[in-house]
Ligand binder design. Structure first.
Ligand SMILES: [Zn+2]
Length: 184
């Protein structure tokens, strides 16, 4: 961020170019050039000149940015950035945010590999088919177990009916068999 010299120029009017130059890392000639043509000065120089006048730079430049707080992109806490490109309040948040983006990034890399690398694609398909076969097998086994459990429950019910009244059960069975023969 740079700031227009013209804004502070009137406040420095009582100083010679050499006196102004003593406060900043430029020559007296550069200060004379600022006074003639205006131009912008660095944040550091703006801060030094304001400090020389015992004024906070924000009181001179309305858009002074140095103390402006940013919101951390990870924890959403406000912080004062040390560097203009800073995105996180500190190293822990930077690492945490990186960890969060690693998974999508890996997925994108894998997708790119699938689309461009035929060997990798074949290997991925084989792995996928193997996984699906194993999954189907598990489904079938679960289905078989459910069927066996049902059959076992049905046998239980019949045994219970038989022992409740064996004669009645046998009579019912005879009738059922006769009906089946009639319809056959
Ligand atoms: Zn943070």
């Amino acid at each position: 961020m740079r700031y227009p010299f013209a804004t502070i120029a009137p406040l420095l009017a009582h100083m010679t170019a050499r006196e102004v130059a003593e406060h900043v890392d430029v020559s007296a000639d550069a200060v004379r050039a600022w006074r003639l043509r205006g131009g912008s000065i660095s944040e550091e120089n703006a801060d030094r000149l304001a400090t020389a006048l015992h004024i906070h730079p924000a009181e001179i430049w309305e858009d002074w940015q140095a103390d402006v707080k940013r919101t951390c992109e990870h924890c959403a806490e406000p912080y004062v950035p040390g560097k203009p490109w800073q995105r996180f309040c500190g190293a822990p948040c930077r690492f945490a945010a990186y960890k969060g983006t690693r998974r999508p990034r890996q997925a994108a890399a894998l997708r790119a590999k699938y689309q461009t690398d035929a060997d990798a694609r074949a290997a991925m398909r084989a792995r996928s088919a193997e996984y699906q076969a194993r999954y189907r097998e598990q489904l079938n086994a679960a289905e078989r177990r459910r069927y066996q459990a049902n059959a076992e429950r049905e046998r239980e019910r019949r045994r219970a009916r038989y022992w409740a009244d064996p004669e009645k059960y046998r009579e019912a069975e005879r009738l059922r068999r006769a009906r089946r023969q009639e319809t056959a």
